[in-house]
Design a protein around this ligand. Structure first.
Ligand code: C2E
Ligand code: MG
Ligand code: MG
Length: 410
């Protein structure tokens, strides 16, 4: 590995963790303060999807070169996965680590073509004699990185500063799973031809200590990074199976990680063996999750539709992709993203886009759902554009599913 570094290459995740472990176990090195930095490009997939893989590769080379240039002789740079890099800084105080992280973010933005933001999570160590492991540092840096992303990206966060970050989202999610603080809301999806509710989409929320409702955007990205999202999806799926078992048509969201996890399919198969009519159950995969896990998405899509469940593509139109994947997936409905609906009455461009998406879906024999209908004017427009289904606050807000009873809207 030393050769790889000296010849200008970056080590991979396994080599990095092994070398970090060795260095932090070394009693001489251990006395010195240091930091592990994880750097992740913000919205890298948009570069790949909109400008092509060559542009994406060039951008990653620029980041790798920047990392190498900024390293001192004892530091250790690595490429952890596609668009995530790491840097072990030795003999660095927390403020020096923060300064390095901020310099890296500035350099990536200056040199990258296109200019992209980057986020950095920092885990500091040393000087206290505390027992640490390389994996422990990676997790701590990853949690700090999640926090940087949750704060909007383009910044560095030190996991040891601020209100005990190490005990924030990761612990809150685990705690919520254990103490049943995750609750399920349902929102109607309205059939514009039959003039009735076609099904309800289940949407997860977290309850905080004061029973205030925390939206999924606050915890799902972290759950996804920490591999806890599958547990959440299975919890919601269990609720979906229970409701569908009472002959209520239900739609449930599936994350990218769940596409790769056989347990969801097993849950559905067991429910069908127990008498569930699969036609009551509909899955929603986001376009981005489908594109980034194409093989798993195809396998999942074929299995669930083969079992008789429905399948929709969520947030359609946001993936900046070529749409060629559509012919590979047995999708029944496309959910046109709220981005195209929000300004519909005021935006002739969005009106043309929605009409085009409807024609496009028809060409593939798929139905369309318009998300985010907030007023009568927008509803009238999507009806006029021949959209099949509508969902949004104007039709019905998400409301708590509570064993048949519903509570206040979120
Ligand atoms: P989504 O699946 O596209 O769900 C629609 C989102 O739009 C929901 O946000 C819903 O509350 C919101 N929405 C519905 N109508 C309107 C409207 O008229 N105006 C506006 N501004 N928003 C509207 P929510 O519940 O915050 O969920 C956000 C996303 O989190 C979901 O987007 C979905 O991708 C994800 N999500 C929610 N629950 C789960 C889950 O159980 N598993 C997974 N994997 N993802 C979930
Ligand atoms: Mg959805
Ligand atoms: Mg959506």
């Amino acid at each position: 590995m030393r050769e790889a570094i000296e010849s200008g290459g970056l080590c991979d995740r396994d080599q990095f963790v092994e070398e970090v472990e060795e260095r932090i176990l070394d009693p001489l090195q251990r006395e010195q303060p240091g930091a592990l930095l994880l750097l992740d490009l913000d919205a890298f997939h948009l570069v790949n999807d909109s400008l092509g893989h060559e542009a994406g590769d060039r951008l990653l080379e620029t980041v790798a070169a920047t990392l190498r240039q900024e390293c001192r002789v004892d530091d250790l740079p690595a490429r952890i996965c596609a668009d995530e890099f790491a840097l072990l800084l030795q003999r660095a105080t927390p403020s020096q680590a923060m300064a390095t992280a901020e310099r890296l973010i500035d350099l990536v933005r200056e040199r990258g073509k296109p200019a992209v933001g980057a986020s950095v999570g920092i885990a500091t160590f040393g000087g206290t004699g505390e027992a640490i492991t390389a994996e422990g540092l990676m997790i701590a840096a990853d949690i700090a990185l999640c926090e940087a992303k949750e704060q909007g990206g383009g910044k560095a966060v030190d996991g040891d500063s601020g209100p005990n970050l190490k005990l924030t989202w990761a612990d809150r999610i685990r705690d919520a799973l254990e103490r049943e603080r995750l609750v399920v809301y349902a929102q109607p999806i309205f059939d514009l031809r039959k003039e009735c509710v076609a099904r309800e989409e289940l949407l997860v929320r977290m309850l905080d200590e004061d029973d205030d409702v925390i939206p999924p955007s606050s915890f799902l990205p972290t759950a996804e990074r920490l591999g806890l999202i599958v547990e959440i999806d299975r919890l919601v799926l269990a609720k979906a199976i229970e409701l569908a078992g009472r002959s209520q048509p239900i739609a449930v969201n599936v994350s990218g990680a769940s596409l790769c996890d056989p347990r969801l399919i097993e849950d559905v198969r067991a429910a069908i063996a127990d008498g569930l009519n699969p036609a009551w159950l509909d899955f929603e995969i986001t376009e981005t999750a489908a594109i980034s896990n194409m093989d798993h998405a195809r396998a999942f899509a074929e299995t669930v539709t083969g079992m008789g469940c429905g399948l929709g593509l969520d947030d359609f139109g946001t993936g900046f992709s070529s749409f060629s994947y559509l012919k590979d997936l047995p999708i029944q409905h496309l959910k046109i993203d709220i981005e195209f609906i929000r300004d519909l009455p005021r935006s002739p461009t969005d009106q043309r886009l929605v009409q085009a998406l409807v024609q496009f879906a028809k060409a593939f024999g798929q139905e369309t759902v318009a998300e985010g209908i907030e007023d009568a004017e927008t509803l009238a427009l999507v009806r006029a554009f021949d959209v099949d289904f509508a969902q949004g606050f104007h039709i019905g807000k998400p409301a708590l599913v509570d064993d048949g009873r519903t509570a206040a809207a979120a």
